[in-house]
Each structure stands twice: as structure tokens, then as C-alpha cells.
Design a binder for this molecule. Structure first.
Ligand SMILES: [Zn+2]
Ligand SMILES: [Zn+2]
Length: 346
């Protein structure tokens, strides 16, 4: 089968590999119908994910059809359409029992797919702990609607959840990339008083204005002063930092009112500074990522009910045979790309 492979730093290649087989009674083999490229794949390509193992198939956002199941996987049958979770988790350890599946202590716990073990930019993928990490896609939901459920939509859903948003809140989201927009959709489900999105890129700002007219948009240089003047308590009640830019962490806490919650979802390239003397007396609460992606069933139900729709994020579609071109487009942000879907034909 074809599998897009991390060869060495700076180099991915479409290679012919054997089809994966079951290795454990809790494994499933999934025939991938649709996958996507994530910014984390680019981080692997450029060598900034030290855990990534050369030779592995990349890709951790995918949907497909169950092909084969280990004897301990219950509740699924071959032929079922499933969303695959970015995280593989055992469901039994201390962290899993608390819903903190990102920190699962099992050997393949956390983000393994497409990083430490073969992922889904391929025709087939082996999914460990399949009873935990596969979610059946409801009949009424298409593959394209379900594509982001296991990764960026799970991230947005988790971020909105841990931010403890109430109807009186002014919520500021920094960054309107794919994860920022998923976060925005999940924040809107909480019905806060006002949602503000801060973004530098005019294409992304325009996307937000067209799809979410109820949302206020700001550029980074105006955000802090605007929120101080126009929110009831001198700043945002909740800040969700999804940008991961050079100075977006400091912007996040500067835009927050005293006693606010600042949720940091972004993954930074460099260490960030927490200047405690400057924020003394502001009494902020910080919460940090990565995602605990264990609510995919709830997310799929919301999609089926028409309350979440991430299909407008898919601006381009390529067949697996042309994934090289898809990466080039995505990495260089050509042609107003937001997300690329990679299609496999049965
Ligand atoms: Zn990802
Ligand atoms: Zn676990």
C-alpha cells in the first residue's frame, strides 16, 4: 500500500509498504478513506518533534472503515465507518480514569499515531486500543464532516470545556487558523455574551467575518486597548490562546481582566516568559494543553444535530498519490488554503 513516510529531517516520501496487520487483541485495522495534513506534521518534517521516529507513516487526522478487529475490541464491527482519535489511550490507567487521556501511561499512550507508530496518510492504519480510540460515525454524518473530530475539533472542544465559559463572559480567541476556528465553533456552543477573535492574517480574518458574523474581529495591535475599553470588566473574562506566535502568549494575559482564565492551547517553537512581577495582583488562572481527546462521541452527535460544521475549513482535496503537492500547498499557505483533505479511492 502507499504510505507517506517520514524519512529524515526535512524529508517525507510516498512509499510502498506492506499493509498493517493486527498485533494485539485490542488493535483494529482501518481502511483510511479521508485524511488531512496538520501543522504538527510539518513540525515532524522539520525535526521539531524529537519523539517522531524516522521511517514511520505520518498523519494523525483521519476517518475510515473498520477492516479487521482484534478479539478484545467490542462494540465495533468490520464495515463500520469510524473517526480515529489522534491519541491512543488504554482507558484503565490513573490518567485515563480521570479523562486525562493525553497523559495515558500505556506504552502507546498519548500522541503515538503518525509520530511514534505508523499513522494515517496511507491506505490502511493499525489503531491500538481501538475500543477507546475509534468512534462510530453516525449515518447522517459524512466523512468530510467527521474528518477533524479526532484532532483539531477535539482540541477546540476540550479547550472550550476547560475554560469554564459562562453566558456573561467576553471570550477572546487568539488565532484563527484551523484549530482556532474549531475552538471558535465550540466556544459559540457555550453562548457567551461576546466572542472576539484576534488574528493578523487578512485571509483568516475574512474567513471569520464571512462565516461567523456575530463574532467581533481584531488585529493583534488593537486587541489589548480595545478589550480594556469595551468589555464590562476591563478585559476578556476568558482568553484562549490558539495562535502560538512570537508574542501571542504575552498578548493573551495582557488582554485578560483580573481573575480571568487564560487557556493555552498553542504549541510554541520557543520557550515563553511568564513575567510574574508584571502581572502581580491580576490573580490569573492559566490552563495548558495538549488535548484530552476523549469526547469524540459527543462531538459527532453535535455534528449530526447540525450544531458543529467544519466542512468549510476543507479548502482543497487531493488524492493520496498527489500528497506531495498537497503538502507544498499547505506548508506555503498558497491559494488561501485552510485545510487539505487527502482522499483514498476504494
Ligand atoms: Zn494535529
Ligand atoms: Zn491510560
Amino acid at each position: 500500500m502507499l504510505a507517506y513516510t517520514y524519512v529524515s529531517k526535512g524529508m517525507f516520501e510516498l512509499r510502498e509498504k506492506p499493509r498493517p496487520v493486527l498485533q494485539d487483541p485490542r488493535d483494529a485495522i482501518v481502511r483510511v478513506t479521508l485524511s488531512s495534513i496538520c501543522t504538527s506534521d510539518l513540525h515532524i518534517k522539520h525535526g521539531s518533534v524529537p519523539r517522531a521516529v524516522p521511517g514511520i507513516t505520518v498523519g494523525h487526522e483521519m476517518v475510515g472503515v473498520v477492516e479487521d478487529l482484534g478479539s478484545d475490541v467490542h462494540g465495533l464491527r468490520p464495515g463500520d465507518r469510524v473517526a480515529v482519535n489522534v491519541e491512543t489511550f488504554c482507558g484503565h490507567c490513573y490518567f485515563c480514569r480521570h479523562g486525562w487521556v493525553n497523559n495515558c501511561t500505556a506504552p502507546n499512550g498519548g500522541w503515538a499515531l503518525g509520530c511514534r507508530i505508523d499513522g494515517g496518510q496511507a491506505e490502511y492504519v493499525r489503531v491500538p486500543y481501538a475500543d477507546q480510540g475509534l468512534s462510530k460515525i453516525p449515518e447522517a454524518v459524512t466523512d468530510r464532516q467527521a474528518l477533524f473530530v479526532g484532532d483539531i475539533l477535539a482540541t477546540g472542544y476540550w479547550a472550550a470545556d476547560i475554560s469554564e465559559i459562562s453566558p456573561e463572559d467576553t471570550v477572546l480567541i487568539l488565532g484563527a487558523g484551523p484549530t482556532g476556528i474549531c475552538t471558535l465553533q465550540c466556544v459559540l456552543l457555550k453562548n457567551p455574551r461576546q466572542v472576539v477573535v484576534c488574528e493578523r492574517d487578512p485571509v483568516r480574518l475574512d474567513f471569520v467575518r464571512r462565516h461567523y458574523p456575530q463574532v467581533l474581529t481584531l488585529r493583534p495591535e488593537e486587541a489589548s486597548a480595545f478589550l480594556a475599553a469595551h468589555s464590562p470588566h476591563g478585559g476578556a473574562d476568558r482568553v484562549l490562546e490558539v495562535a502560538g506566535g512570537e508574542d501571542t502568549f504575552s498578548l493573551a494575559w495582557q488582554c485578560a481582566r483580573p481573575n480571568a482564565i487564560v487557556t493555552v492551547v498553542a504549541l510554541y517553537d520557543a520557550p515563553q516568559v511568564l513575567p510574574l512581577p508584571d502581572m502581580y495582583g491580576k490573580n490569573l488562572t492559566f490552563k495548558t494543553g495538549g488535548v484530552d481527546g476523549c469526547k469524540c462521541g459527543e462531538i459527532l452527535d453535535l455534528i449530526a444535530a447540525g450544531k458543529l460544521d467544519t466542512t468549510p475549513l476543507i479548502t482543497h482535496t487531493y488524492p493520496l498519490s498527489r500528497i506531495e503537492e498537497a503538502y507544498d500547498l499547505f506548508e506555503h499557505r498558497r491559494d488561501n488554503v485552510i485545510k487539505v483533505a487527502i482522499e483514498n479511492h476504494a
